[in-house]
Write a protein that binds this ligand. Structure first.
Ligand SMILES: *Cc1c(COP(=O)(O)O)cnc(C)c1O
Length: 376
């Protein structure tokens, strides 16, 4: 049986043609016409004024927080329920994350807990330098209350939309809210450049300075002149060409992942003890990954038993992100709440969701899961 991966890249003749065209043009460099075009096409798609193509989503987060003035001794509010990159970018700057639990109805950062955290810190004169939200598994965070809370305390919000390209919040694209937002084009994301990212913002200076910092902070002199520490974070022109072709296919990727989500619901939705990640009524996800929770008492087997049964059949499924406040690398950091993310981690499983997943392969996945359910 060929292995079924969680979220493999899907590329075709368009990607091949555009990448070879970039190759043949001899723009084999981290700058070039495809980078410029990828930036403007992605900005247009997301409804923001400016975008800077970078080597990863993590690099984009790093440069976003750097430019908001996050530095040694500062604190940044982040959700606990996310990929580690969200908090690693905080640590790169010598700052520390402050973790917040998720809302059970969305699995994204709980706005009421963010409000409590900021109010308490305002009283202590100890406000964080920024708030980072995460549009989890392709579902938007609840931006109206989050933006209002941040504005009240005059704290910038950065949206980690790494997983959410193409998703919306009340009709607004994910990535168009906050001071800046970031996307990832890692190999497992909804579109890929094999590796890459983007920082987007309506602020032209922030994006222009991102490009400057990402090219070793080279000052405009004929010789190499540097007055600040820079980074080597630009996306290569070859990979930008790949990204442009992928972006053209984004809507079809979303449509197929949505269909996969619907088929999982049809096949598993009636099983006792199986629940799907809730879909918030305020937006439209991009269905990057379909995630379920498995209540062992009602289902008859626990999440790990299900994951291992799939693995034995050469099917990759993964536990949902382990909450960052439980990660040894962040031991001792403050956490507000925690019961919601801990319960999801205990029972959560991400199912194969790649846009090229065939119905036959999906039937294999659902057949194995259903076979483990306790007979009704
Ligand atoms: C993938 C991801 C990132 C990091 O993106 P890279 O391009 O892999 O650096 C950051 N945050 C979240 C939530 C992600 O899923």
């Amino acid at each position: 049986m060929t292995r079924i991966y969680l979220s493999p890249p899907e590329v075709g003749p368009d990607e091949r043609a555009m990448m070879l065209a970039a190759f043949d043009s001899n723009w084999i460099a981290p700058l070039g016409p495809d980078v410029d075009a990828f930036e403007s096409e992605l900005a247009h798609r997301v409804g923001v004024a400016h975008a800077a193509a970078l080597s990863s989503g993590t690099a984009a987060l790093h440069l976003a927080l750097l430019q908001l003035g996050v530095g040694p001794g500062d604190e940044v509010v982040v959700p606990s329920f996310t990929f580690v990159a969200t908090a690693n970018a905080v640590k790169y700057l010598g700052a520390e994350p402050v973790f917040i639990d998720s809302h059970p109805d969305t699995w994204t950062i709980d706005p009421a807990l963010v409000a409590d955290e900021l109010a308490e810190r305002a009283r202590r004169g100890n406000l964080p330098k920024a708030v980072v939200t995460v549009d989890l598994y392709g579902q938007s965070a609840d931006y109206d209350p989050l933006l209002e809370i941040c504005a009240h305390h005059d704290i910038p919000l950065v949206a980690d939309a790494a997983e959410a390209l193409g998703a919306t919040y009340r009709g607004r694209p994910c990535g168009s809210m906050g001071r800046a937002a970031i996307f990832s084009f890692n190999g497992n994301k909804i579109i890929t450049t094999s590796g890459g990212g983007m920082l987007v913002s309506d602020d032209p200076e922030l994006v222009e300075r991102t490009r400057f910092l990402a090219t070793q902070a080279r000052e405009p002199f004929p010789h190499y002149e540097h007055t600040t520490v820079g980074y080597n974070y630009r996306l290569s022109n070859l990979l930008a060409a790949l990204g442009r072709a992928q972006l053209r296919g984004l809507d079809s990727h979303i449509e197929r992942r949505r269909a996969i989500n619907r088929r999982y619901r049809d096949a598993l939705g009636e099983l006792s003890g199986v629940a799907f990640m809730p879909t918030a009524d305020y937006g439209e996800p991009n269905y990057w990954l379909t995630c379920i929770t498995i209540d062992p008492e009602r289902f008859g087997a626990n999440r790990e038993a299900v994951r291992q049964a799939l693995e034995r059949e050469n099917i990759e499924a993964r536990p949902t992100w382990k909450p960052l406040h439980l990660q040894p690398v962040f031991a001792g950091r403050p956490m507000r709440g925690g019961a919601v993310t801990e319960a999801i981690f205990d029972q959560g499983l991400c199912l194969p969701s790649g846009s090229a997943l065939t119905t036959g392969d999906q039937d294999r996945v659902t057949g194995i899961i259903a076979s483990l359910a306790r007979p009704a």
